[in-house]
Write a protein that binds this ligand. Sequence first.
Ligand code: IMP
Length: 423
Amino acid sequence: MPVTVLIGAQWGDEGKGKIIDALAPSLQMVVRYQGGPNAGHTVIVNGHKTVLHQVPTGILHAGVACLISPGVLLDPWELMAETTMLQEQGVDLERLRISPSCHLIMPWHRALDRAREKAAGAGAIGTTGRGMGPCAMDKAGRRGLRLGDLLDTRRRSVVGDGLACANEELERLGSEPLQLDEVEEACAAAALALRPFVADTRPLLHGVLDKGGRVLMEGAQGAMLDLDWGTWPYVTSTHPSAGGACTGGGVPMRQVDQVIGILKVYATRVGNGPFPTEFAPGPFADTFRQHAGEFGATTGRPRRCGWFDAVAARYACQLNGFTDLVLTKLDVLDGQDEVRAAVAYELDGHVHSQMPEDLRLLEGPVNPQWRSFPGWRDSAQATHWQELPAEARTYLGWLEEDLGCPVRWVSNGPERRSLLQRA
Ligand code: IMP
């Protein structure tokens, strides 16, 4: 059983890119199976930062084949910019293949995402503005455009209908309509640039599996943003949960033998929606965000920060069946006198140690029940697990026990080398 699924176990931005990069030398293939240009996976090597949005993180390792499978909502123009950036870095893109079944984020999807968010005012989701929701609506409504359609000039003719329909709504919402000739020109350029990458990903994936090669399914966003299981409606429009790897990636369930959950040792969320452990606005929250570098890799937006939420993490563990956990950003908590974690929520007059049945209850007042741990210093200096401060190891040990899943690695700095394997 040669498949690892790696996903974010919180609200995204857990540091998945770095962990995939660390695992890549032992892999034959990395597959992106959901999400789209809303993702930002960061890898830092010798101080040089690369942010990948749609191309799988494995591309930075020679010899690792990379696929973008049908569950991804693909923005062809963002992808062209990303492939150009990688080519300029000397990355070999011969290893990248994209399914013709990927639904495309068209220019009007981006425009609609922004116009709808603006019109929603205080009720906005706080999306990345990358067109995910409108594209997913067309996909589910079975009228979208797929990458294969872009390459076929006859099938591409539906662009006119899609644009006309979107323009009506854009005008109604007070936004500028888009011009058909400009969109058609952009489509022709994208078709030309992306044609060499397009291939049926199914035989490529199964070819590697049949030979016993190890494949990693690279999740984007996080379990709490899952369309079905997240804090709906403040969620993304695809399925970041482990199950998404089977539907979006084409992996048979029985091939999966490892599900890795990535968790930060604290919590963040970007966009709107409930976040029970969020720090109260003020100097502590601002200093923490600045020190932790918690700004969106895709949008640059300041992320909301808070203490670790064990209730949400237990929920993610239960739904995704993690076999291994990786805890990231341990060094960010260096120097805190006290470290906290929410072990239950008090809401509606009841104490909940598990997520309530209706996650919308979290939109009301929630009183987290805290557990407090002594803080630590200098975890960033550790080069082996045993060198971690005793207080940090106590905190990690508690997390492991509470979540009922082994912690295999801890990341204690942004660089590739700052990753400690469990002793
Ligand atoms: P969308 O995916 O752009 O539609 O945004 C829906 C929600 O998911 C918003 O709260 C976004 O901030 C959040 N989101 C989308 N992608 C990411 C990500 O890569 N990291 C963290 N949050 C994300």
